[in-house]
Design a protein around this ligand. Sequence first.
Ligand SMILES: [Zn+2]
Ligand SMILES: [Zn+2]
Length: 345
Amino acid sequence: MSIEFRIVGQPGHDNAVFARVNTGQGIHRLLFDCGEGCVGELAVSETQAIDHLLFSHLHMDHVGGFDSLFRLTFNRERPMYVWGPPETRRIMAHRFQGFMWNLVEGQPGAWIVSDIEPDHVASSVYLAREAFSVAHDVAEVSDREQRANTQQRTPPNIIATADYTITALAMDHLTPSLAYILRERPRLNVATEKLAALGVRPGPWLRALKEQTPDETPTVKVDGSGYDLAALRAELLVETPGDSLAYLTDFRLDEIAMARLVPALAACQTVICESQYRQADLDLAKRNHHMTATQAAELAKRAQVGQLILFHLSDRYHDDHWQGTLAEAQAIFPATRLHMDVASG
Ligand SMILES: [Zn+2]
Ligand SMILES: [Zn+2]
């Protein structure tokens, strides 16, 4: 179980973050934003296997690379999920319509696009075989086209699978910009020393111990005897937090934003955060509804995160300035690095 990530796009240019949630049984692939030139840095097979595209917001520098993704995935067998703030469906529908579609009859390809509103998620399905011309309610299309994951969820918890959850918080960028927090489910491990103390042998029952709930299975058979599942779980299982990754970009980080984000990011392992402005340009950052790297470092410190990675570096600055930005941030939160100093993971 792990989350691997990669910042794509070059420093000072458009960026995106590609993440792989590896469960041991399979890999979920997520792309946060889709700036120009970003998809071309990923292997085609990885791009074609992306499960969810999550837009912070739809400014051009976060959407400019969408056509490259769309070209590789528009008619694949399994659906693509797209998430974003209000109006994502309207804007995506225009993107879908930006081509001549006269050869799509009978083709697969379903795009489930969701607007994350303050109190609900509104989803529509667009089908390749209809030239993406109709916004269907999710209920109108077949199971194959919508698959399991489209039941309406209550923000901020927009995705909850057996393996991971994603929370989306709408921040203020003069338009909503979503901060995403990805967390693996906690891992359950068996405390082997306690197993020995209890005098029972390991076996297939350990799987039931981890995977079944006391409601479904009140007792479990171990070495021929029945044990109370709830008591045995409490005795033998140790819960450790899974990996976590936050994607924060393009919003104003005032005290109100800070108060919302600190608890949501608590103990998050990796926070990838924009770095558009130095502290000397704080007024400019506020006016443009961005943050400074110093503010990001303050957030990282208060939320006690594992590491802060500054990306989406402004092209108003260059190498020396970026190093200066890093130094300012490290003075507050030492475990800070710049995009170009991070290969992955
Ligand atoms: Zn931006
Ligand atoms: Zn923006």
